[in-house]
Design a protein around this ligand. Structure first.
Ligand code: MN3
Length: 198
């Protein structure tokens, strides 16, 4: 199981240590273990996740849910840090171009996260033409999946399942979503943007 890149309490006060520990050791580990068990003895173990997701509609539900859960959380852990860094100039320019401004982007992303009914994710992603977009997906789906409403390479993802925030925020999902901007790892998002563009 890949390590969490920081301590459980590193993201406080925005995400509390108990939530991080349960999220990592129970939920994330559960998806990982179930995905590995389902993939055992198949060529899925040696297939890049991106390729699995591109044909996820042909896979059993367990692969979709647990493979998505495994991948989305890895991306999520790496999307956060107590040391945010700076957004790269070219990424900022792309956000200004595709959303009008940084504030408009944050508002659209926040709305996607706050209005996702039930459990799911909010995403910043890049489509095949290089344009950035915001979307949300239900459950453990993501924008790499062939069944996704809007497809593209994920650059930033926010988990809006209740297990991600309920201990600290209870029903106040909006507060959790707004606080996400205090812990976004811009260095990581910059790197994903650079790779997606290439
Ligand atoms: Mn989760």
């Amino acid at each position: 199981l890949p390590d969490l890149p920081y301590d459980y309490n590193a993201l406080e006060p925005y995400i509390d240590a108990q939530t991080m520990e349960l999220h990592y050791t129970k939920h994330y580990k559960g998806y990982y273990t179930k995905f590995m068990a389902a993939a055992e003895g198949t060529d899925l173990l040696t297939t890049p996740m991106e390729q699995i997701f591109a044909k996820i509609s042909s896979q059993p539900e367990g692969i979709r849910n647990n493979g998505g859960g495994y991948y989305n959380h890895m991306l999520f852990w790496e999307s956060m840090t107590p040391n945010q860094g700076q957004i790269a100039e070219d990424l900022k320019a792309a956000i200004d171009n595709d959303f009008g401004s940084m504030d408009s982007f944050k508002e659209e992303f926040g709305k996607a996260a706050k209005t996702r009914f039930g459990s799911g994710w909010a995403w910043l992603a890049m489509d095949s033409s290089g344009k950035l977009f915001v979307t949300s997906t239900p459950n453990q789906d993501n924008t790499l999946m062939d069944i996704a409403e809007k497809k593209g390479t994920p650059l930033l993802g926010l988990d809006v399942w209740e297990h991600a925030y309920y201990l600290h925020y209870q029903n106040r999902r909006a507060e959790y979503v707004d606080n996400f901007w205090n812990i976004v790892n811009w260095e990581t998002v910059n790197k994903r943007f650079g790779s997606a563009k290439a």
